[in-house]
Design a protein around this ligand. Structure first.
Ligand SMILES: Cc1ncc(COP(=O)(O)O)c(C=O)c1O
Length: 360
């Protein structure tokens, strides 16, 4: 079976060594030494000042919204994973959808201004597939209208924008370290900010609002992560450069072998800063996509319709605006399998099947 993704697992001995230490310390969660070590090592690796390791990428978005005290309307993208929208609604705000750019699939900054009202408090944009948004343009708009900016960078481990980690930008950036991601800690996530006050606030928020054992400064939540998860994150950090190099080669190999396929590919903001996290292809119509998926499935290959449907069409989003670009893209886009242990021969088989469907 070839799935769209398969978690990278380090040699079991690496993980066992950490687990042995955890057993000796008998300290399994609540801001343990491995969580602290992981935060230090990730900051060093990503060349960032501040981050907090959290239980997942969804709670990271919710904590970001809470920390910035957002109210009313949040401008967001219809083309992202459901967690981007559900977090907004969960925090009592209203998502206002702005359509995407047809080439990069990220929110289109030229359409944002028309959606701003007196109720708008922020822009929450996703860097889709690891490809950064037009951060400069979003920044200009946010400053002009005094809006906060959160980036959902769940796909972006290793992505850079203008030479710096993409996690540096916005008031807060969030990410996911879920097992399906290029870098993971089984379950996990993080928030990043350059503002030490915001960092402090989010550190209270992730720990029930505790500011010391008996003092509660904020309404918090349990967003902590465990020593076992941090251990996996630490193990994988030793392999991440090799994983990223391989991912780039696999991505470029798809590009080469799919040259004859009549599909649109992702327009990269900057190939040098891209992390090669996903390989989406866009068919000319949904029928062609469904035929291809069917044929791949018959060969035990499971690509993913990522993201489908668009978020403005979720059943609990009754009055959301139409987003014609995203709605035209979403039924036609397919992410091909891409993970560390995917063999060149398997990629070649996927390409052969896709080309056979097209040419029949
Ligand atoms: C764009 C995006 N945002 C948020 C999330 C949520 O992350 P998590 O699964 O760690 O909660 C995901 C997860 O797939 C995602 O793809």
């Amino acid at each position: 079976m070839i799935n769209v993704t398969k978690p990278f697992l380090p040699p079991i001995e690496d993980y066992q060594a950490y687990i042995k230490d955890i057993w000796q310390r008998n300290w399994v969660t609540n801001n343990g030494p491995l969580v602290n070590e992981l935060e230090l090592k990730l900051k060093e690796y990503l060349k960032l000042k501040h981050m907090l390791f959290l239980s997942n990428g969804t709670i990271a978005i919710q904590i970001a919204i809470k920390a910035l005290e957002l109210r009313g309307e949040i401008i967001t993208t219809p083309f992202s994973y459901v967690a981007t929208t559900s977090s907004i609604i969960w925090e009592g705000c209203t998502p206002i959808y702005v359509d995407i750019d047809p080439l990069t699939f990220n929110i289109d900054p030229s359409k944002i201004e028309a959606a701003i009202t007196s109720h708008t408090s922020a822009i929450l944009a996703t860097h889709v597939y690891g490809n950064p948004c037009d951060i400069d343009a979003i920044n200009v708009l946010a400053r002009k209208h005094n809006l906060k900016v959160i980036y959902d960078a769940a796909h972006c481990f290793g992505t850079t924008y203008k030479g710096k980690s993409v996690f540096e930008y916005g008031d807060i950036t969030t990410t996911s370290f879920h097992a399906t991601k290029i870098y993971h800690s089984i379950e996990g996530g993080a928030v990043f900010t350059n503002d030490p006050e915001l960092l402090k606030k989010m550190s209270f928020l992730r720990n029930f609002g505790h500011n010391g054992p008996d003092v509660f400064t904020e309404v918090g939540i349990n967003g902590k992560n465990s020593e076992m998860h941090a251990a996996m994150g630490l193990c994988i950090l030793n392999y991440i450069d090799a994983i990223m190099d391989k991912r780039k080669n696999q991505w470029l190999h798809y590009k080469e072998i799919l040259k004859g396929l009549n599909v649109q590919s992702l327009a990269l903001y900057d190939a040098n800063g891209f992390n090669y996290a996903y390989y989406p292809i866009v068919f000319s119509d949904e029928e062609q996509l469904l035929k291809s998926v069917n044929s791949l499935n018959l060969n035990l290959i499971s690509p993913r319709r990522y993201f489908y449907p668009t978020l403005n069409k979720l059943p609990y989003n009754k009055n959301a605006a139409e987003c014609s670009v995203a709605e035209a893209l979403s039924p036609r886009v397919l992410c091909l399998p891409l993970y560390d242990s995917l063999a060149v021969s398997e990629q070649n088989m996927i390409a052969r099947i896709l080309l056979r469907v097209q040419n029949n």
